[in-house]
Ligand binder design. Structure first.
Ligand code: ZN
Length: 251
């Protein structure tokens, strides 16, 4: 009777009524019992203090609730009923009791916080833009390393790989991370452009032949292997500088 992304109500341990959204329905291997993974939805009163703005308070009187990244797994028997909640960027349903227009980080306030979202690449653009099709994997606290944050995702991908063929389609990034992923040196290096071999002192040369001096895959592959083959660290450093690439690229 319940399906994914349904909104539900249930009683928590202190018998208070809570709002939740179903994220996934799991079956326990041995017993075949079902359990349900849900996402916590907050009323204004349960929001962390720093998120209790006047604006949100007014919104709460109009029936607004807030989605969070906090998940828990519950026994489906604890669910009381479905509840109609309107996620603001989908078509307005005929009946709804509450409205959701924001996802808020729940646990701790960080100075800077990133979000890791999953999107299904072969959805039409119109569908991709909708809030309901952004699957929030986690928030990234500013102290976390990318390895820490990505490890759970990598584990999931490895699980999936047993049955499906998965490939990375595209990586988007800013300049710094783009160079890092491409195995190119920092943008201040002599050859710090990840697309071509222009020298740092010639960046204003509009007639530079980028087609001729691009970082073609076959060329960089050769450069990386040349660096790996030389004997001394001094030689490796010199080549890395000459090519503007890293000795140990991450991909
Ligand atoms: Zn360039």
């Amino acid at each position: 009777i319940y399906s994914l992304s349904d909104f539900i109500t249930y009683y928590d341990t202190s018998q208070r009524i809570c709002y939740r959204r179903i994220i996934s329905i799991l079956r326990i291997d041995k017993s075949q019992d079902r359990c349900i993974k849900i996402e916590r939805i907050l009323k204004f009163n349960s929001l962390p203090p720093m998120l209790k703005s006047q604006q949100r308070k007014i919104a709460s009187h109009k029936g607004y609730l807030w989605m969070t990244d906090e998940m828990l797994v519950i026994n489906p028997a604890k669910i009381k009923s479905k509840v109609d909640i309107w996620l603001i960027d989908v078509n307005k349903p005929n009946n709804y009791q509450y409205v959701i227009s924001e996802i808020v980080p729940f646990r701790i306030a960080y100075h800077a916080i990133g979000g890791l979202y999953l999107q299904i690449g072969n959805m039409k653009q119109m569908l991709r833009q909708k809030l309901k099709n952004h699957f929030l994997l986690s928030f990234i606290p500013f102290v976390a390393t990318s390895d820490e944050v990505l490890q759970p995702l990598i584990n999931d991908i490895q699980d999936l790989e047993r049955e499906y063929e998965l490939k990375i389609g595209v990586i988007t990034s800013d300049l710094l991370e783009g160079n890092e992923q491409a195995g190119v040196k920092n943008h201040n290096a002599h050859h710090g452009c990840r697309n071509c071999m222009i020298h740092h002192s010639k960046l204003n040369n509009v007639s530079f032949d980028t087609a001729r001096h691009s970082r073609y895959h076959h060329k960089t592959t050769l450069q990386f292997s040349t660096i790996r083959k030389v004997q001394t660290q001094a030689q490796r450093d010199a080549l890395a500088m000459q090519y503007g690439i890293q000795e140990n690229p991450c991909l």
